[in-house]
Write a protein that binds this ligand. Structure first.
Ligand code: HEM
Length: 463
């Protein structure tokens, strides 16, 4: 809650003047349409305290109940329109995406780097997406299954018989896989240096952008500079060696693509950011749901033991991972129930008419993924963890764990792959017990089980 409070105050001071300015400049162009229903709360702070004094999803759900699937509010210093119908989410993210640009707090933009993929639209964004998709398409990630397999085996061995914080350990695991996908098999050479700098950098992602000695932001910016120097060294070594690489760095470095070293560095840091905590949170939830649902755990274990018999002492392959329907449904259902990204942010680039309402230029627009995933109209008995519901494909635009449209997640194949490999080894060799209270959800900022889910992991044959 401390973090949220600081974030709130910071955003109120930095974003409100900007939003007010945008509102004033656009007011002359307003069409004669009503704003969406809802309340804007107190001057200046709006409804931010209301939002953060409880589980944010309770705030969203109560607003949806009162005002319907589109409503206005004023949080974190900005006037916002929140939307929770599948059709409206499609309109904002896909059909009319040119009217809604991505938007992030200033500190995040400076830390990740202004040229990172998230902050752009148009030709530059299109080019980056093509390069990222090339490196993370099934054709590319299938070649690193053996390396992911050995990262999983090593990680699990290190957790054996220990009390571990699941989320923290998963973060180390997903960091290592992210480096593998970016730098290929050479990644071990840089792992420790990159880790040291990145771990300092990430602490400043949500800090106030005050670059004075002693501030979190200053420390993070220093670490970012060092990270960029390490990346520059890797780039020059690759240029000297002139070898072709099928990883993300190789994709970015292709001469005819013409990316500068700064653009490459911003996007490498951006991909680590996008790949790591997201995938680690999902894995943490899977461990929790499997522990709470023994019948599902048994079905997954049976499916994975069948794969072990099939692979007959050989390593796991891409084809095996594509033949895990029960486990894949567990991942889908976890993505739905946990909805680790409750929403995303866009900003109206002009006054937009939307379902008979006006969204003024400069207002933030938030598609509420979690509300869509938790609506009984889209998923009956929505709080129940029931992977079998995915035996039938969900209705269009109701299942958006990886977003939709031009900015949807290009890393989704890699994320699913690393999760499948982890579940394969975990369910066939290990069992685990959760320790301490489990009922609360923490937002950091991704939804997480209480305290990062402490567990104790045992080899099955030792139980
Ligand atoms: C289960 C894990 C993951 C989840 C739930 C997830 C979810 C998402 C979502 C919802 C978006 C769209 C955000 C928006 O529209 O505002 C996104 C974008 C993105 N994700 Fe993921 N992601 C995951 C893992 C990964 C991984 C492993 C990578 C890279 C290897 C990755 C790279 C990216 C990038 C680069 C973008 C920005 C795309 C763009 O702006 O064009 N993600 N992710």
């Amino acid at each position: 809650m401390d973090f949220n409070f600081i974030l709130t105050i910071f955003l109120s001071f930095f974003f409100l003047p900007l939003c007010t300015l945008l509102l004033l400049t656009s007011s002359g162009r307003r069409k004669n349409l009503p704003l969406p229903p809802g309340t804007l709360g107190w001057p200046y702070i709006g409804e931010t305290l209301h939002l953060y004094s409880q589980n944010p999803n309770v705030f969203f759900a109560s607003k949806v109940k009162k005002y319907g699937s589109i409503f206005k509010t004023h949080v974190l210093g900005c006037r916002c329109v929140m939307i929770s119908s599948p059709a409206a989410a499609k309109l904002v993210l896909v059909t009319k995406s040119h009217l809604f640009k991505p938007t992030f707090p200033a500190s995040k933009e400076r830390m990740l780097g202004k040229q990172a993929i998230f902050f752009h639209q148009g030709d530059y964004h299109f080019k980056l997406r093509r390069l990222v998709l090339r490196a993370f398409a099934p054709e590319s990630v299938k070649s690193i299954v053996p390396e992911i397999d050995s990262i999983v085996v090593d990680s699990l061995r290190a957790w054996e018989n220990r009390l571990i914080n699941t989320f923290q350990e998963m973060k180390t695991f997903t960091f290592n896989v992210a480096l593998l996908s970016i730098f290929g098999k050479e990644e071990v050479l840089y792992r420790e240096d990159l880790k040291r700098c990145y771990y300092v950098l990430e602490k400043g992602y949500n800090s106030m952008p005050i670059n004075l000695p002693g501030t979190l932001f200053h420390k993070s910016m220093k670490a970012r500079k060092e990270l960029a120097q390490i990346l520059a060294k890797i780039l020059s070594l690759r240029r000297e060696n002139k070898k072709e690489h099928a990883d993300l760095l190789g994709s970015f470095m292709e001469e005819n693509e013409g990316l500068s070293d700064d653009q490459i560095a911003d996007n490498i840091i951006g991909v680590i950011f996008a790949a790591r905590d997201t995938t680690a949170s999902v894995m943490t939830w899977i461990i929790k749901y499997l522990a709470e649902n023994p019948t599902v755990l048994e079905a997954v274990t049976e499916e994975q033991e069948k794969i072990i018999r099939e692979k007959d002492d050989k390593g796991l392959t891409w084809v095996h991972t594509k033949n895990m329907p029960i486990t894949s449904r567990v991942i889908q259902e976890t993505l739905r129930v946990a909805s680790i990204l409750s929403f995303t942010f866009r900003e109206a680039v002009e006054d937009v008419e939307f379902e008979g309402y006006l969204i003024p230029k400069g207002w933030k627009v938030l598609p509420l993924f979690r509300n869509i995933h938790h609506s009984p109209e889209n998923f009956p008995d929505p709080t129940k963890f029931d992977p079998s519901r995915f035996e039938v494909a969900p209705k269009p635009n109701t299942f958006l764990p990886f977003g939709n449209g031009a900015h949807s997640c290009p890393g989704n194949e890699l994320a699913k792959l690393e999760i499948l490999v982890l579940i394969h080894h975990m369910t066939t060799k290990y069992r685990w017990s959760t320790i301490g209270p489990q009922n609360e959800i923490h937002y950091a900022p991704f939804a997480l089980p209480q305290n990062g889910l402490p567990i104790r992991l045992f080899l099955k044959n030792q139980i």
